[in-house]
Design a protein around this ligand. Structure first.
Ligand SMILES: Nc1ncnc2c1ncn2[C@@H]1O[C@H](COP(=O)(O)OP(=O)(O)OP(=O)(O)O)[C@@H](O)[C@H]1O
Ligand SMILES: Cc1cn([C@H]2C[C@H](O)[C@@H](COP(=O)(O)O)O2)c(=O)[nH]c1=O
Length: 208
């Protein structure tokens, strides 16, 4: 995997944590500091990735846990090739709503797939390449569900039981513990203005 000139920032959290809400805030913090910013998401970000996203989130489909993981990484391979790496090579900053930490959290923690299998896929798809900074928006399962159910009908993941999301959250917190230099935990249960301040402190410090 080529060395990149730009920087790669990812936003993570259980459904309803507030990632999408804060994505444009991160973008404006970076743009105010003169960065050229590309905003993208996973699964998605390419034509193929968006088509896979539609299937992966489809409530009416039953998908084997390993198929789900393979499709997430297939979409990611395309995303890296078509969007993320070219942008970083141009010197742009890329912000992605989710990346590989989500696979360790949802397919690993949530579905119970072995970490080693996910690490093998991770190495296959992006070698040692990792985000430069990951903001993990932490909320309780109850609060995430409350927020998300107020705005849209549940997709294939959101219709999972609370126990599933407890495992997803635990797996995210484990990732933050394992990679403290990269993954910064944001207490996203605070009111919007406070979360914005927390985000600004982390991102501004990182931009210097
Ligand atoms: N700190 C906050 N306080 C109150 N409401 C919030 C806060 N953060 C986000 N919200 C609201 O919660 C809802 C869900 O937020 P958002 O769509 O950003 O979550 P998300 O993490 O992107 O969810 P998903 O992963 O399912 O897309 C939105 O209505 C948003 O306005
Ligand atoms: C990248 C990725 C995503 N997921 C899940 C997590 C979410 O429930 C959906 C994506 O929708 P959202 O709008 O970002 O909430 O997909 C996953 O299970 N594994 C992954 O690698």
């Amino acid at each position: 995997m080529k060395t990149s000139k730009g920087r790669f920032i990812t936003l993570e959290g259980i459904d309803g944590a507030g990632k999408s809400t804060h994505l444009s805030w991160v973008q404006s913090i970076l743009e105010d500091r003169g960065k050229n910013v590309i905003v993208t998401r996973e699964p998605g970000g390419t034509r193929l990735g968006e088509a896979l996203r539609e299937l992966l989130l489809d409530n009416s489909l039953a998908i084997h846990a390993e198929t789900e993981a393979l499709l997430m990484f297939a979409a990611r391979r395309e995303h890296l090739d078509k969007v993320i790496l070219p942008a970083l090579d141009r010197g742009d900053w890329v912000i992605s709503d989710r990346f590989t930490d989500a696979s360790f959290a949802y397919q690993g923690g949530g579905r119970g797939l072995a970490t080693q299998k996910l690490e093998e896929l991770e190495y296959w798809v992006h070698g040692n390449f990792q985000p430069d900074l990951t903001l993990y928006f932490d909320v309780t399962v109850e609060l995430g569900r409350q927020r998300i159910s107020a705005i849209k009908p549940a997709d294939r993941f959101e219709k999972e039981q609370d126990e599933f999301f407890e495992r997803v959250r635990d797996a995210y917190l484990e990732r933050a513990y394992k990679f403290p230099d990269r993954v910064k935990v944001i207490d996203a249960s605070q009111p919007l203005a406070s979360v914005k301040n927390l985000v600004e402190v982390v991102v501004a410090r990182y931009c210097i």
